[in-house]
Design a protein around this ligand. Structure first.
Ligand code: GCU
Length: 597
């Protein structure tokens, strides 16, 4: 009894905590916005004492005997967006508080509402406007917003953001993860002006299992009476009107004759949604994604996911990716490999990357950073994961290129984990029943008598597509010759081999027998062996090598071979193609060749 009361209390607490930061409005890029990107003043606060010192007030001394032991002036300047680790040498390994401040002028209209929108802050954010707390947000890779209409001055204002990228056992991800813990205001910041009644959220996609019926769900904020909303897609000769209820919610579905988005011709339409108070536009595509037995069907046709695993990082800058140019650099490499699919690991990338991938016809897997050891025993942690799924789906649910939501990566089986992930899968289906749900597992077991690898995981049974990370030849020995390996993973469903690979230093041949040579020859042979193994897996419907590009990680401490780089990239941190890159290119290009009759 006590426990259930405690649980209820914790969940309410978290809801309050999360309610401070509202789920960001849909399609922030299509809004009436002012960018706060650029140089922000900053203070490094290693002991996180800035809150008690009142840094957020940015006060000045008012009498001769007064002095303040902080000041933003004539000090550090940090670029926003951008992690702080890669901007200041001393901050390379830093994991604590950094305070940011930005002054801005705003001409305030009495009939408008004002929001501040963050693309992401890693990991904790406390946002103050003119010295007063707007709210807090937890989670390093998700957008959030605060309404600031009432606290805003007409004229001069200042924002202070307390960021802290310290890790913790109850966070998602938790204390250890195999990527660099880039902190700070890592993504864009906008001030958004809206009408008093504004279009807060909408979903417009094809209905599940349909290629000709569109559904639209609309949510206004601030409405107290019914409103007429027009949904137009001029090139498809669509003009529909939906009337919302008194709470601002309305939905409609209608038949449509569409050119469907696919990886060869990624057709996008201009969407125009107009309310009596504003008009919002964006480019939007329509496609169907389903499974049928062991097949994945894109628009009813079987498709093989020729993947790339991509971290949100620009290796040459040793920093988080955040710009259109960064997105173009990474996505161009994906296309050059012959990939038609990206698994963005292990967190959603910045939004323009998803939009650009969609324009380029690349299918996408998005996941929350529930990576390995997550403390699912803590209800606050479980609820945090739910909020991350909500924020992820709210942001990208209108991106037709997104075909898979993933709820976890290599989490350890336990009653708490099984319960939490089962709940996550149910939540995803409730929020968006049009896409496929997956998770990546690393707990396949070898059955001696049949010499077959099998997966026995209660969570796997709830998924549309089952994915496995397994590093034969690297973390695990081959138990047979590659062409004789047998994997029987979820034989009734599509299976994605979502991670495999080995480390290699570019330009270092090593030999084909010894992993410790960190050589390209070993990595190349390992890839050739995996391609042989893939031919045996009857329900294999996608592969994604780990990883497209070398990336930074505190895990990787071999000072000569790694130097804090995970060197499993097909491409080195300097952008050079290793021998294994050509193995995957050959595999993908051959796969897309028309089959000779
Ligand atoms: C795991 C994990 C990756 C990690 C990789 C590795 O499978 O999912 O995030 O980087 O192994 O060890 O290189």
């Amino acid at each position: 009894m006590i426990r259930s009361i405690l649980l209820a209390a914790m969940t309410i607490l978290l809801a309050v905590f999360h309610s401070f930061s509202q789920t960001a409005m849909t399609n922030v890029y299509g809004r009436n916005k002012t960018s706060l990107n650029g140089k922000w003043e900053a203070i490094i606060d290693q002991f996180s004492i800035g809150t008690e010192m009142g840094i957020f007030r940015n006060r000045k001394p008012t009498k001769p005997t007064e002095f303040l032991e902080y000041s933003f002036e004539n000090g550090l300047r940090l670029d926003v967006p951008g992690d702080f680790n890669s901007q200041v040498t001393e901050l390379k390994l830093y994991e604590s508080s950094v305070w940011y401040k930005k002054d801005f002028q705003l001409k305030k209209s009495t009939d408008k509402r004002y929001f501040i929108h963050f693309g992401a802050v890693n990991y904790l954010a406390e946002v103050y406007l003119n010295g007063k707390l707007l709210g807090r947000h937890e989670g390093g890779f998700f957008p959030f917003q605060f309404e600031m209409t009432n606290q805003l001055n007409n004229g001069a204002n200042f924002i202070v953001v307390h960021t802290n990228n310290a890790r913790s056992a109850d966070a998602i991800p938790s204390l250890k993860f195999d990527w660099w813990n880039y902190g700070g205001i890592t993504r864009e910041v906008f001030i958004v002006e809206t009408p008093a009644i504004y279009l807060q959220d909408y979903t417009i996609q094809l209905e599940k299992n349909s290629m000709k019926r569109i559904f639209a769900k609309i949510q206004l904020s601030g409405a107290t009476s019914k409103q007429k909303i027009n949904v137009e897609i001029p090139d498809a000769k669509i003009k529909q009107t939906v009337t919302t209820d008194e709470n601002g919610f309305g939905e409609i579905s209608f038949d449509a004759k569409l050119q469907l988005w696919n990886t060869k011709i990624p057709k996008l339409y201009d969407l125009v949604i107009s309310t009596p108070f504003e008009t919002i536009k964006e480019r939007i595509g329509f496609r169907s994604i389903q499974t049928r037995g062991t097949e994945i069907l894109l628009n009813g046709e079987p498709v093989f996911l020729a993947g790339s695993n991509v971290h949100d990082e620009i290796a040459q800058r040793e920093g988080r990716a955040y710009s259109e140019a960064d997105a173009a650099q990474l996505l161009r490499e994906v296309k050059k490999l012959g990939s038609n699919f990206i698994r963005f690991t292990h967190y959603p990338p910045f939004e323009p990357m998803v939009r650009m991938a969609e324009e380029m016809g690349i299918m996408i897997w998005l996941e929350i950073p529930a990576w390995q050891k997550i403390n699912f025993e803590n209800p606050k942690t479980v609820a945090l994961g739910e909020n991350m799924l909500r924020d992820l789906i709210a942001r990208d649910k209108n991106r037709c290129a997104v075909i898979l939501w993933s709820v976890a990566n290599e989490t350890r089986v336990s009653p708490a984990r099984n319960k939490a992930l089962s709940g996550y899968i149910d939540l995803v289906r409730q929020l968006d029943n049009t896409r496929l749900v997956t998770a990546a597992f690393d707990n396949i077991k070898y059955e001696e008598q049949t010499r077959t690898y099998k997966l026995n995981d209660p969570v796997a049974d709830k998924l549309d597509v089952v994915s496995v990370n397994k590093y034969f030849g690297w973390y695990h020995q081959w138990t047979d010759s590659p062409e004789n390996m047998k994997l029987e993973i979820a034989p009734d469903r599509p299976f994605i081999y979502s991670e495999f690979g080995a480390e290699a230093q570019f330009g270092q041949d090593g030999d084909t027998e010894n992993a410790w040579t960190w050589g390209e020859l070993y990595q190349e042979k390992l890839y050739k062996d995996h391609v042989k193994m893939f031919a045996n897996i009857a329900n294999l419907r996608g592969v994604s090598p780990w990883v497209l590009i070398d990336f930074k990680s505190p895990y990787r401490m071999h000072q000569r071979q790694q130097d804090y780089w995970n060197r499993k990239g097909l491409i080195s941190d300097k952008g050079f193609y290793k021998k294994a890159w050509y193995v995957m290119y050959d595999y993908y290009i051959k796969m897309q060749m028309p089959i000779k009759k």
